[in-house]
Design a protein around this ligand. Structure first.
Ligand code: GKR
Ligand code: MG
Length: 446
């Protein structure tokens, strides 16, 4: 009998990288001029390169580093055991960090996702199939819908911070507009129009949690009037109280297609309980990336019927986990979607492969890529957003080729930064002195 072996992993590198961003506002403060990510590069004995991307910061970087002893010299056929070993190593620490005041809890699990992505990339290259074929029921679509992710933007140029002032030579107004302040409904509409013209978005999301609720619901209403056929949503990241959210959103029937984290935990009730009450009171579908972010939370959310659209970002669900969420959605009458943070093109490919494998009903995926596209890339030919979609071809693995020159440049930018992780409060303190995060107050209502 012949015996076959899958290639062995011969090399691993973890490279922190950074790219340019605009002064995007949210309840956590303001984005800094640079966003950071961690890139994982694996090499195997067949000469293939596999890549994965995770959010920035040293906790995630060290967590990915822990994979080294699990993967070097292992055969890629052991993909599932390698991924679950790393997952077990980080789980307790992640649970311990929960609720320590941060408003997103996306830590060590992201390292697991980066490892899984890189291994799936290698496996797909070995087998000659795209990653989507190795998830769930295999590849179900040739393209994935993504939405135009709109933000109120602060005037970063009035601060001493080094914010981008347009990206030269790309020939579209979007690349100038994205770096200018946008604090009114009119400016949000202009942002949407330019982004729509550039990327063909059909659907939009407005990040809230910045101005008073009435101002933000006015902005999303004007947006809907301008794009009446779009599925539009607003996401204040739980900034509104339950009563306020009900009041504000009862005026948004016919305006928003769903409400994303309109309110959260309050008065001793969990975010899942509060969203269930919101949903019952308004009849509006609810999306979340805040209260059903792991299987334990998801089980409670399901029992309470708190959520219609879990935004299962593969970075904090893992790629296989995110597809498993889509299977759960299909069985329980929910719709699958994905959350995002600022990211490079490796993550865009990860989103696209997962979106191509998600079963059942899906909504357009979040992506921040429109804020980075054109001047931040790690691959030779980044996936493109055309007509509001990212194509998923049958190219093996993640379907991308890493560009080491770009990676080195992004690493050099990272090395010049004072801190590795994201700190939105720091940039916000240049707009409002001594500004502090408050999970129940929009960022500029101080
Ligand atoms: O990039 O400012 C941002 C977003 O607010 C992000 O950090 C959120 O995690 O996009 C996310 C969301 O939908 O809540
Ligand atoms: Mg959200």
């Amino acid at each position: 009998m012949l015996s076959y072996e899958t290639p062995k992993i011969t090399g691993m590198r973890v490279i922190p990288v950074a790219g340019r961003d605009s002064m995007l506002l949210n309840i956590g403060g303001a984005h800094s001029p640079y966003f950071t990510r961690n890139l994982l590069i694996l090499e195997d004995s067949a000469g293939h390169i596999g890549v994965g991307e995770a959010p920035g910061g040293e906790t995630i970087q060290h967590s990915i580093e822990q994979a080294r002893e699990l993967v070097i010299n292992q055969s890629i056929g052991k993909l599932r055991s390698m991924v679950s070993s790393l997952q077990c190593a980080g789980r307790n620490a992640d649970f311990e960090d929960f609720g320590k005041g941060s408003w997103t809890f996306e830590l060590r699990i992201n390292a697991v996702a980066a490892l899984e992505a890189a291994l799936l990339d290698l496996m797909g290259k070995f087998l000659g199939v795209p990653v989507a074929e190795l998830l769930g029921n295999g590849k179900l679509r040739d393209s994935v819908d993504v939405l135009g992710y709109l933000f109120f933007v602060g005037n970063g140029h009035d601060t001493p911070l080094d914010y981008r002032r347009g990206t030269e030579g790309l020939g579209h107004d979007w690349y100038r507009l994205r770096d200018e302040a946008a604090m009114t409904p009119q400016r949000i509409v202009e942002q949407a129009q330019a982004a729509q013209d550039r990327y063909g978005f059909k659907d939009f999301k407005l990040k809230g949690g910045v101005l008073a609720g009435e101002q933000e619901t006015e902005a999303v209403t004007v947006l809907h009037k301008t794009f009446p056929d779009a599925r539009t949503t607003i996401d204040p990241n739980g900034a509104w109280s339950l009563n306020e959210a009900i009041q504000l959103c009862n005026n948004l029937h016919g305006v928003i297609a769903y409400a994303e984290d309109p309110c959260g935990a309050e008065h001793g009730f969990s975010g899942r309980e509060i969203l269930a009450e919101f949903r019952h009171a308004t009849g509006l579908p609810v999306a979340t990336n805040m209260v059903a972010t792991n299987w334990r939370e998801m089980a409670h959310a399901l029992m309470l019927r708190s959520v219609d659209i879990p935004l299962a970002d593969p970075h904090f669900w893992t790629l296989s986990g995110a597809v498993r969420v889509s299977q759960l959605c299909q069985d329980h009458g929910m719709t699958w979607g994905s959350h995002s943070n600022n990211h490079f093109d490796v993550s865009l490919a990860m989103f696209a492969q997962v979106g191509a494998a998600a079963v059942g009903r899906t909504t357009a995926l979040d992506t921040h890529w429109m804020w980075q596209e054109g001047d931040s890339r790690l691959t030779r030919n980044p996936p493109q957003i055309i007509d509001g979609k990212v194509a998923v071809t049958d190219a093996p693995g993640l379907g991308i080729e890493i560009d080491m020159k770009q990676v080195e440049q992004a690493h050099a930018i990272y090395r010049k930064l004072p801190v590795g992780g994201r700190n939105d409060a720091m940039a916000m303190q240049h707009l409002i002195r001594d500004w502090r995060f408050d999970p129940k107050r929009p960022a500029l209502t101080r």
